[in-house]
Every structure is written in structure tokens, then in C-alpha cells.
Design a protein around this ligand. Sequence first.
Ligand code: ATP
Length: 245
Amino acid sequence: MLQLTGLTAGYDGGTVLHGLDLAVPAGSVHAVVGHNGAGKSTLVHTVAGLLRPGAGSVRVGGTEVAGRAAHHVARAGVGLVPQGRRVFAGLTVEEHLRLAHRPPPAGRAGRPWTPGRVLELLPRLAERRTNRGADLSGGEQQMLALARALLGTPRVLLLDEPTEGLAPVLVRQIHELIGTLADDGIAVLLVSPSPALAASCAADVTVLTSGRVTARLDGDAVRADPSGLHDALALAPARAPSGAR
Ligand SMILES: Nc1ncnc2c1ncn2[C@@H]1O[C@H](COP(=O)(O)OP(=O)(O)OP(=O)(O)O)[C@@H](O)[C@H]1O
């Protein structure tokens, strides 16, 4: 469902992603794990159309979207849950959901996501539906960011550090939710510095080091023995050299 080939991207200072190849089939979770500065957010932003790639291909269900604007990529079926959640402080949960709801294009397979359906999936948000973004806990804000992305009925969901700063009980809930969404047919690409998140729910795990793939592991193998993933991360430099190259 999501196919990246030779993806290269960066900023004015230079190249951050160096020819990345990666695939996420429908109904599966692919985790990209890497230290701070490895290029994880750059990867997510490039796929989402927020950053123009220097070279390479981004295919969503076979359609090329590399270099297209973010609204076009969203229309092609890519949903983004950004790092830091970015909910609106002054809008209520209901208002967020109303604003985010976009009926899927004609012919899109699967059951469309509506505000009612996301509130069934996320009952805590239903209880907080009249609360403003500023009054939600970090976990509730994360759920709201996820709800907002689902309301475009995505075929591909990009999750940028979805458990950052959350208590262990919420981290477990997010792991379960990610599994539920993949079971529903969504291709999930999640990026995180946490090997635990990758090991919890991913079918495939890629280690990103200074914008290059340095290991590809099978999720079941990581669950059986996480030492391979820990070794791959230990071999990666803890920090990318300062600035983009
Ligand atoms: N807007 C920007 N302009 C210039 N350089 C940037 C910009 N955003 C990120 N970078 C640089 O690109 C590199 C990769 O950053 P990126 O945020 O993609 O890493 P990351 O793996 O997501 O890190 P973290 O886990 O800390 O969020 C870093 O060297 C960073 O300084």
C-alpha cells in the first residue's frame, strides 16, 4: 500500500534521507526505529507531502505522490499523526472531529470513518467531547490526534512518536489501538526512538541511522528475541553529526 523507493530528502543545509527503500503492505505495521536526529520525522514529513523529496518515489496504492502537496497526498489516502499531537487549544473534541471529517473519495475500499465510529473506538474521547484541547491530558490529546487522522479514512497512517511522554498504561492502549487499525486493513508506518514500541506491534522493523537503513528485522523475530534490535541500535551512533548533511 505504501512503497518508498530511493527516497532522498533534506533541508537547505543538506541531505538527511539518503535513498530510502521501504514498503508497508495493507493491514500491517512497519516500525522505523532510530536515535534522535536519525531522520524519522523527515521521513514522515516527506511521505506526507510537507517536505519535497530531492529524488525517489512515494507510491500510495500504486499512485505516485512524491512531490505532491500535502492536501493531495491526504486525498490519496495518507493520514498523519504528527509528533507533539498539535491539537487546537481552544477547540473542543467535537469541533476537532467535525473539522477533520472528510468523506472518502468514491470507490475507496473499507468502512468510512465518521465521528461516531472514532468515538466508539476511543470511548475516553466520547466522555471528553465537550472539553477543549487545552484541557485534555497528554494521552487524550494523542487519541484526538489519532481520531483526526482517521476521519480522512486513510489507507496509510503515519504515526510520529505516538507514545512520546505517555504513562505506561496509555502506551499499552496505543499499542493495542495500532494493532486494531492494522487489523482493519490500514498500512501503518510508525517512527519512534523506542525499540519497545516497535517490538510490541510491528510486522517489520527498520533501523534508521543518519538517514540510512542500517538493519531490517522481522517483527516476530524481534518479539522472540529483542537483542538483535538492541544490538542494531547500539551500533548506530547515538546522535547524528550536528545539522543536516
Ligand atoms: N526544518 C529543518 N531545517 C533544517 N534541518 C532540519 C530541520 N528539521 C530537521 N532537521 C535536521 O534533520 C536531521 C533529522 O531530523 P529529524 O527531526 O528528521 O530526526 P528524528 O529522527 O525525527 O529525531 P527526533 O527523534 O529527535 O524527533 C537532524 O540533523 C535535524 O537537525
